[in-house]
Design a protein around this ligand. Structure first.
Ligand code: ZN
Length: 424
């Protein structure tokens, strides 16, 4: 059960040595990524999809096996001549991660492993804007504890990824602003690492960015190179996948589409401005147009709107169509700028999709210019409300995949809580 990275030949400071080292790291990552995304592949599949030769693949698999990240089983006989090609798969417990989502109305945790293996997921609804960052981090740790304890005994905890509905800095897990949580300048990554007793940094990212990542890797966007995920929660965010990669901007803050101006004569936004996209197409607009008070018998705006829409309530259906129109106009703008193949509607737009779709499609068709508008499809999230949570797991796993040899040797460690430490 050795986790020691395979010894590498010393690179004699020469360019060739460094280049060979980089090439090997790149190839290891490419093979592990394919196994992570596909589940199980034969050696022949890996040869075919990577373009690497058979002996290189055998070599890379041997290294990944030594790192505990993949395992091989007997192959199934192919129709042609020769021995069956052995089947290779990611070893979930070789890199298990904890995923966390802090959303406006709930907190959720999940444990997952390489190869897209789901160990466990839990979501707990919470009243909006009631909890401080400290209380939230403590609740997340409590929720995570039984999940972490139930991971296989030989697991390596490879990382923690967190989704927050706010403007986040990935490099150190700092949340600048989460207006709908009521948080400002909160070092969520560091706080959660302390609460969980981790020595390593916890990765924190924006919920829409992680929704985009999840849909691209596991949802309706698999195989789609250019994708935009529009998340509607209390606000609106956009996560962009460009040429198969997340487009995060120079400092990681790209996608704050909810605060782009869409209606100069519009309504006041939570950010202090007027006529922002989320002020016209977000939850507050739906509540205002449908005449839904903030809290109807403990139900949120979404649940109330859904119940009324299902009952055929005209005012609610008109309200949904109206926010759909603003939503579609904004999507048309994004389509003109980014030319995506797919726009995925997540968050509360996922639930409202059957009612929203005609208005969204019509408005997007009008506001997108002909060429980019003709290639785009607007669909509902394939992963539903858990998309950002699944994206948080993918974020944590992406570190391992990017550099398997470096990551596998040093899984993050939990320290047992000291006596009375979590008493309150
Ligand atoms: Zn705004």
């Amino acid at each position: 059960m050795s986790r020691t990275p395979v010894a590498r030949p010393a690179t004699a400071n020469g360019r060739r040595g460094v280049a060979a080292e980089e090439l090997r790291r790149h190839n290891l990552a490419a093979v592990l990524e394919r196994l992570h995304l596909s589940g199980t592949l034969s050696r022949s599949d890996l040869v075919a999809t990577t373009g690497l030769n058979r002996s290189t693949i055998a070599d890379l698999i041997a290294e990944l096996t030594g790192l505990g990240l993949v395992e091989e089983g007997p192959g199934v006989a192919a129709s042609g001549p020769g021995r069956p090609s052995p089947l290779v798969r990611g070893r979930p417990q070789g890199a298990a991660v904890l995923a966390v989502e802090v959303s406006v109305d709930s907190i959720a945790v999940a444990t997952a492993g390489l190869g897209g293996h789901d160990y466990n997921r839990v979501r707990v609804a919470r009243p909006r804007r009631r909890f401080s960052p400290q209380e939230t981090v403590r609740d997340v740790a409590k929720l995570a504890e039984p999940l972490l304890v139930s991971l296989p005994a030989d697991h390596v905890l490879a990382g923690v990824g967190v989704s927050v509905a706010g403007v986040t800095r990935r490099s150190d897990g700092f949340v600048h602003l989460a207006p709908n949580l009521g948080w400002k300048n909160v070092p969520v990554g560091a706080m959660l690492a302390t609460e969980l007793g981790l020595a390593d940094q916890v990765m924190v990212a924006n919920d829409a960015d992680l929704g985009a990542l999840a849909e691209h890797r596991r949802g309706v966007g698999v195989g789609v190179g250019h994708l935009i995920y529009v998340s509607g929660e209390a606000g609106i965010g956009a996560g962009i996948i460009c040429d198969g990669k997340p487009m995060l901007g120079s400092a990681g803050y790209a996608g704050e589409a909810g605060h782009t101006l869409i209606n100069p004569d519009g309504h006041k936004c939570g950010c202090g401005s007027v006529g922002c996209w989320e002020a016209e197409a977000g939850e507050a607009a739906l509540a205002r147009l449908a005449g839904i008070p903030a809290n109807v018998a403990g139900l949120g705006v979404l649940d109330t709107a859904l119940a009324r829409a299902e009952a055929g309530d005209r005012r609610t259906l008109d309200a949904i169509a109206e926010i759909g129109r603003w939503l579609g106009l904004g999507i048309g703008n994004l389509v003109n700028v980014f030319n995506p193949e797919l726009v995925v509607l997540g968050g509360f737009y996922h639930a409202l999709f059957p009612y929203l779709e005609p208005a969204v499609a019509e408005a997007a068709r009008v506001s997108a210019v002909a060429a980019p508008g003709s290639v785009v499809r607007i669909v509902s999230s394939g992963l539903g409300p858990d998309a950002p949570l699944i994206g948080a797991a993918e974020l944590a796993l992406s570190e391992v995949i990017a550099d398997p040899a470096r990551s596998a040797g040093r899984g993050v460690r939990l320290r047992p809580p000291a006596e009375g430490e979590r008493g309150g």
